[in-house]
Write a protein of this length. Structure first.
Length: 150
């Protein structure tokens, strides 16, 4: 990956609906070159998805909760089971395996406290490998940038 690829990624992270002509103008290249490079970045797995970010509040999801989860046992099959369960849980928008006191940190986005309670009862309390969890309700989203520095 060279500097042009990095400029392309930077531009697409800001707006992935740019035409190749607009992208080329932003990064100082030709449309054809940008098209080839974007296609290669996609086929190489550098660009993994082209998505629309939705404001959770605009669709009624008013509560974001950060949940630190400690597992009872850290056997590979049980850890994989937990990861699979969290990937399947529509309320979980992010799931990270972490170091430190917790084994996983989840970002859970739901309509309200009752919906979070339902999530806890169906996804955490029912999992025999969850030792304990701590939840922190987000009061304000001070920063949210689903992008990486390239």
């Amino acid at each position: 990956m060279d500097d042009l690829d990095r400029r392309i990624l930077e531009a697409l992270q800001n707006d992935n609906r740019l035409s190749f002509a607009d992208l080329a103008q932003l990064v100082g290249s030709s449309s054809a070159s940008c098209m080839r490079r974007v296609n290669k970045l996609r086929s190489d797995g550098v660009i993994v998805a082209d998505i629309s970010l939705v404001n959770p509040k605009a669709i009624g999801n008013l509560l974001t909760v950060v949940v630190a989860v400690e597992l009872d046992r850290e056997r590979l099959d049980l850890v994989d089971d937990f990861k699979r369960a969290m990937r399947a849980a529509k309320e979980v928008t992010q799931c990270y395996m972490v170091t430190g006191e917790a084994d996983f940190v989840l970002i859970v986005t739901v309509k309200d406290v009752e919906a979070f309670d339902a999530f806890v009862k169906t996804k955490l309390y029912t999992n025999p490998n969850v030792r304990k969890f701590r939840s922190m309700i987000a009061l304000e989203r001070a920063k949210f940038e689903p992008r990486i520095n390239v």
